[in-house]
Design a protein around this ligand. Sequence first.
Ligand code: SF4
Length: 255
Amino acid sequence: MTNHVVQFSGGLGSFGAALAVAKKHGTQNMTLLIADTGIEDPDLWRFADDTSRLLGVPLTKVADGRTPWDVFRDKRFLGNDRITPCTTWLKQKPCRKWMKEHAPVGDSTVYIGIEKSTLDRRRIPAIARNWKPWRVQFPLCGKWLPELTKESSKAQLMDLARWYGIEPPRLYALGFEHNNCGGTCVRAGQKQWKRTLDVLPERFAEAERQEAGLRELLGDVTILRQRRQGVAYPLPLSELRRQHLAAVKPPTQES
Ligand code: SF4
C-alpha cells in the first residue's frame, strides 16, 4: 500500500497535483501535507479547506511555530531571492520530520505541483534531490491531467478549480504569481513588492517594519537589491516605497 503525500502549499499548482493524484490513485491513502508559516493570507486557508472538502482528505498541518521574520532574527540572516532560511526551517524541516514519522521511504511517494513551464521545470532536479530518499513525482509535468494543455497552466488551473466549485485563492486575482506568505515572499522581486504596496499596503508596512528591525540588528541587509550601472546595491523596502510613490503620478484635475 503506497502512501501518496501531496505537498500542498495552498497554491494552484499543488491543487492540480492533488487532483491528479486523486484521479489516478484515489484518495484512500492520500495525505495533503501543508506547512503553516504563520503569515499566510487567510484566504489560503479557505482554499485549502475547500480542497480538503472536495477530496474528502483532511489537511495535515505542520508548523515550526515561528514566522519567516522570527527565523531571520534567530538565524541572523535576512532572506532574499537567493537564500531562504525561512523555507528550510518553516517548510522543509517540518515536512521532512512528518515524513520520517509517518511515511516509510519504501512505501511512500511525494507529489509536488510544479507546473509545465520551462522556468518551473528547471526546479525539478533540486526539488527531487531535497526530497531524497523519498520518491518524488511531478503530476502536472506529465499527462495526469489532460485538461492542462498549455505550458503556463495557471489560467487553466483556475478554470478547473472553479469547475469543481472552488474559488481560486484571491492573491492570484490581486496580481500575484504565487499564493505564498501573504504576498510578502522574500523571493519575490521589486515588481511584486510594488504590487503588495499597491493592493495590500498594511502587509507591506508590516514587512517594511520587520525589515527595518532586522537592519538595526544586522546592519545594511535588505530583501531587495537595486542595480545602478551594473552594480547591485541594497534596496530597503522603505526606499522602494518612496521610489514607487514618487513614480505614481497623482491624478490631474483634467483626468
Ligand atoms: S514563501 Fe517565501 S517568505 Fe515564505 S517561507 Fe517560502 S521563501 Fe520564505
